[in-house]
Write a protein that binds this ligand. Structure first.
Ligand code: CO
Length: 143
């Protein structure tokens, strides 16, 4: 079933996750390009073993991710590939509904039940093998 046939609206890109060794050093290329930090304090996401900082690029943000846990996914990504694009994140209205729908379509979720994300939002990652080789995050924004 195509997204149009399923009645889904257009998907909004919420942010692009970029793995960095250090948030200050990792911000430099982006501020040099004219992107601006969103002004909020850097946030710890202990569930993911990262500290994050957002820089805004129009309606989309870059989520800079620096490891706080040497065994976490971002630390392993950096060890394997160095800094760079880590994931694309799309907004969904209801994470549970969307995960159920995607499972019916054969998509392989890394987080079948979702998990806590930055800012108290609910997130779930989908396996790159289901998404053209790209790690995809779904974000249900909580007020
Ligand atoms: Co993200």
């Amino acid at each position: 079933m195509t997204p149009a046939a399923s009645g889904l609206g257009a998907r909004t890109l919420d942010h692009v996750g970029v793995a960095v060794f250090d948030l200050d050093d990792g911000s430099v290329p982006w501020t040099r390009l004219g992107l601006t930090p969103t002004g909020g304090a850097d946030a710890e996401v202990p569930e993911q073993g990262v500290r994050v900082r957002f820089v805004q690029a129009g309606p989309v943000a870059l989520e800079l991710l620096a490891p706080t846990d040497g065994d976490g996914a971002i630390a392993r990504f950096l060890a394997r590939r160095g800094p760079g694009v880590h994931h694309l994140a799309f907004r969904v209205a209801d994470l549970s509904d969307e995960l159920a729908r995607l499972r019916r379509e054969g998509v392989d979720p890394i987080d079948p039940a979702g998990r806590p994300g930055h800012g108290g939002h609910r997130v779930a990652f989908l396996h790159p093998r289901s998404c053209g080789g790209v790690l995809v995050e779904l974000v249900e924004r909580r007020p």
